[in-house]
Ligand binder design. Structure first.
Ligand SMILES: Nc1ncnc2c1ncn2[C@@H]1O[C@H](COP(=O)(O)OP(=O)(O)O)[C@@H](O)[C@H]1O
Ligand SMILES: [Mg+2]
Length: 356
């Protein structure tokens, strides 16, 4: 284990920004703190870095408590959203700066700067100043600068948020490869779920200062522990239901069997049924089947490789809607149009039940 965070809390006045967080960070992993803006990600990262004091809790590394250790003694490399390079220094000098502060020998500094700039493919930019580089290049310089002093870990706070979409996805891959190549433990803060899902070994989902779920990207997508995670990660339909016995709920007039329950079963409780758009199947057969309901196609959106259907159904005068996604190929075969009534199958193994 690399770091052991125990019961960390941080308040700003009455606001609890980070609330009793416990977390183990594994040596060599890339772990993402993911959550909506204001949920405490940056504050938690800054406490690990030593840029923010803790109100309570411990940060243990190899049995040593970092909680009161000054930032300069922790040896972490930080990268922020704003590249924060020194504007009047050359790229080479920016990367060398931390090594000079640490009193490295000149020849060691020169060779380390060359090595780091080669690592981020910027060896030919060494003499330029930051404003002559693109945003993506500047952020690569920031990475080289953070890595130059051989830190124990990298701490990245929304490192890609200021970049445009194409550069962001290229750099996301580059950072991940670099991190894996070096085997360096990395903590990355992001509010962008796609970034977290594509880059992380493990994702820490946060809400209102607390950790809600920790798991691999697949785990948090495939088995969200609360409706907050279900809603925050990917797209999820939520439908109002009441519980029946025997692992089923009542949706409109139909009994629907559900595979995943986050609440105790009990008769007649109001609950929320959750299903992902890609898990909904079109049912073409004519024999009635468990978990099949009839819906109307209210709207069809073309998204290139897929179509999104907005479906509605009405029961007891109450209308509910859900979205499903179909491949363009299937959509062409089925020839569906707005106003059609179709049957859909809600697969038991992909249905969650959460409390109201
Ligand atoms: N220095 C500060 N003083 C007062 N409140 C702060 C300070 N830093 C952060 N906060 C508040 O703490 C909460 C968490 O902030 P932050 O950690 O920056 O969230 P995130 O990075 O998840 O967007 C927010 O409500 C924010 O306004
Ligand atoms: Mg932040």
């Amino acid at each position: 284990m690399f770091l052991n965070l125990q019961n960390i809390t941080k308040r700003f006045g009455d606001l609890v920004a980070v609330d009793s967080v416990d977390l183990n960070i594994v040596e060599g992993e890339l772990i993402c703190f993911l959550g909506p803006s204001g949920c405490g990600k940056t504050t938690l990262l800054r406490m690990i870095a030593g840029l923010e004091t803790l109100d309570s809790g411990d940060i243990l590394q190899n049995g040593e408590n970092l909680a009161k250790m000054p930032e300069r003694d922790r040896n972490f490399g930080m990268v922020f959203q704003s590249y924060s390079l020194f504007p009047n220094m050359t790229i080479g000098k920016n990367v060398a700066y931390g090594l000079e502060c640490r009193k490295w020998e000149r020849h060691q500094i020169d060779s380390r700067v060359d090595e780091m700039l080669a690592l981020v493919n910027l060896e030919d930019q060494v003499g330029k100043i930051p404003s002559q580089l693109s945003g993506g290049q500047q952020q690569r310089v920031a990475l080289a600068r953070a890595l130059a002093p051989k830190p124990l870990a990298m701490l990245l706070d929304e490192p890609l948020s200021a970049l445009d979409a194409k550069v962001r996805s290229a750099l996301r891959l580059e950072i991940r490869k670099l991190q894996q190549g070096l085997g360096i433990t990395t903590i990355m803060v992001t509010h962008d779920q796609e970034e977290a899902l594509t880059m992380a070994d493990r994702v820490v989902v946060m809400n209102e200062g607390a950790i809600v779920q920790v798991g691999s990207p697949f785990e948090i997508y495939d088995d969200p522990s609360t409706s907050f995670v279900a809603d925050f990660i990917g797209t999820m339909n939520f439908l109002a239901v009441t519980t029946l016995d025997d692992g089923a709920v009542r949706l409109g007039g139909a009994a629907i069997k559900c595979g995943k329950w986050s609440i105790g079963t009990g008769l007649d409780k109001a609950a929320r049924l959750a299903v992902r758009p890609e898990d909904i199947r079109i049912y073409i057969g004519s024999t009635p089947l468990q978990n099949v309901i009839e819906v109307e196609i209210d709207w069809i959106e073309f998204l290139g490789s897929i179509y999104r259907l907005n479906l509605t159904f009405e029961f007891d005068g109450k209308k509910q809607g859900l979205k499903s996604e179909l491949s363009s190929t299937l959509m062409r075969e089925l020839r569906l149009s707005v106003g059609d009534y179709i049957s859909i199958l809600l697969p038991e193994e992909h249905l969650w039940v959460y409390s109201q």
